[in-house]
Design a binder for this molecule. Structure first.
Ligand code: PGA
Length: 250
């Protein structure tokens, strides 16, 4: 049985005092105990989010990290820095990082390895663009991102891994993939992992991301291979994120 995991990707939103307030509100609004809940604020708000999440089941993740532990890398943040702050998860290879900051499957792979080395669990993002989908290349593109991004992991690491399937055309657009489209790609991802790692992938959790809202979460979660969601816009407001997390109580 895979425990569902729902994570909020706050992107470049919220100062540290706003983060404190949002996490404090979530603590009283989240009533389910069956879902693992993660918030991913910007680096500058991580410490405050960890403080606010104290004595609750809310876990904190970062949105990115560099693969080296320390050195002359101006502006970068390393695994040990995140670990010491209390981060449990780190999002790696979000499509916005691939699009605006030149991340590739090779850099994703280095960051994934570095996350494990530092005892932080990666949430690895994959997904096709609208052009890929229109050219019927979804499986090819996603397959390559999975194979290259996760190269060299061992079975124990794959067991704890979280993958977020986020079709780029569905992010921030209000256009969600249909639950059955999302299920189809996510089942395909699990099949690739099975080829690479065998049955251990029964434990790997795969989220859907892209315009997840309180109104569509139940249908997505009803799919057999969808184990949670990575939520952007709707995670910035306490009531909507709590409604998503509490989906099975509605
Ligand atoms: P969205 O973003 O929910 O605002 O579409 C999802 C994401 O980019 O992780």
């Amino acid at each position: 049985m895979r425990q569902p995991i729902i994570a909020g990707n706050w992107k470049m939103h919220k100062t540290s005092s706003e983060a404190h307030q949002l996490v404090s509100q979530l603590k009283s609004l989240i009533t389910t105990s069956s879902v693992e809940v993660v918030v991913c604020p910007p680096f500058t708000a991580l410490a405050e989010a960890v403080k606010a999440a104290n004595q609750s089941k809310i876990l904190v993740g970062a949105q990115n990290m560099f693969w080296e532990e320390k050195g002359a890398y101006t502006g970068e943040i390393s695994g040990p820095m995140l670990k010491e702050l209390g981060c449990t998860y780190v999002i790696i290879g979000h499509s916005e990082r691939r699009q605006y900051f030149g991340e590739t499957d090779a850099t994703v792979n280095k960051k994934v390895m570095a996350a494990y080395q530092n005892g932080i669990l990666p949430i690895v993002c994959v997904g096709e663009t609208l052009a890929d989908r229109e050219e019927k290349k979804t499986m090819e593109v996603v397959g390559q991102q999975v194979r290259e991004g996760l190269k060299g992991l061992d079975a124990d690491q794959v067991k704890k891994l979280v993958i977020a399937y986020e079709p780029v055309w569905a992010i921030g657009t209000g256009q969600t993939a249909t639950a059955s489209d999302a299920q189809e790609v996510i089942a395909f991802i699990r099949e690739i992992l099975r080829e690479m790692y065998g049955d251990v992938v029964q434990n790997t959790r795969i989220q859907y991301g892209g315009s997840v809202k309180p109104g569509n979460i139940s249908e997505l979660m009803a799919q057999p291979d969808i184990d949670g969601a990575l939520v952007g816009g709707a995670s910035l407001e306490a009531n909507s994120f709590a409604a998503i997390v509490n989906y099975n109580k509605e």
